[in-house]
Design a protein around this ligand. Sequence first.
Ligand code: SF4
Length: 338
Amino acid sequence: MARRKAELLAGGAVRIPKDFRLPFLPSRSTAGPGAGSVGVVFAFGNTRAKKPISRDAGEFELVKRGQHLAILRNGEVLIDNVELVPTLLHAPFQAFVNIDHACVLNCKFCASPRLGQNLTKELTDDKIVAMIEDASKKKDFKSVAFTSAVPESPSMTAKRMAGLVRRVRKLLPDAPIGVEPYATRPDEVDMLAEAGADEIKLNIESFDRDIFEKVCPNRDYDHILHAINHSCEVFGRNKVCSNIIFGLGETDDNVLEGTRVLANMGAVATLRALRRNEYNMAELEKALGSLEPVTAERMLTLAKEQKKILKSHKLTPLAFRTMCHTCLSCDLVPFWDV
Ligand code: SF4
């Protein structure tokens, strides 16, 4: 099943027949790999994958086969017995809110700031808390998470996020809360922990410093690493994760070296294949030259190697209760998928 999930994730959109009614509204994400597209989470085997959908064209096709659904490629069944999973807010079982998608950082792979001005403009803190309260009443609710672009400064965003965590912690004392800020200072990490966050995601994005400088021109590599290290002390082992995007021209060795460096600190990497889309490819290729699409094979190799590294450090993504490791939808998750 891991190979089929990898092929689905590495490929294009899923075409949904024009007369097929989705049983719920699709996800319209403003952050994450699916940002800017209309997506659906498909469940199959014991896992899930979130894919952009289209009514007109796609590399894959969702079809009814008797009483159940299947995903075809080139007319052949790639995955049988597929189910559609509703997203609570952005992810299944989670109220995962992107507080703001306007951003001053200009990271080249990120679609968020290129989605137009108005998507998260109306999201006041009161509205966000109300959305989460609403989601928490649904029977499939399990956890809360916050992410954000950086509309003005990293510290202002961290403060706003901490304020929201404080309010949600009061409202839902037992719900696991994850945060994904661009935190660059130890005191920002402390503030989020004190507010009541349980898990934190601080994205290093690439362990290849040259690539990092080109794709994240306004972020500080050393500050991020320092914040990850500090987070492991504050939040503990298996509570800190960090995206490493592959497909930016780095080597496998570099990705795995990054995974090892993070594991030494007590953090679990989220190895994420670059999603190519209309929002990021022109910028990325301007910065990095032409880029090879990530193959399913590479996804599988890296996930299996990551598993070995995590195992030797007694770390596992399965310990997480918020954000991507528990969502399962965008990556191959070691110990779960491989
Ligand atoms: S894996 Fe992460 S980015 Fe993807 S849908 Fe789930 S929470 Fe969002």
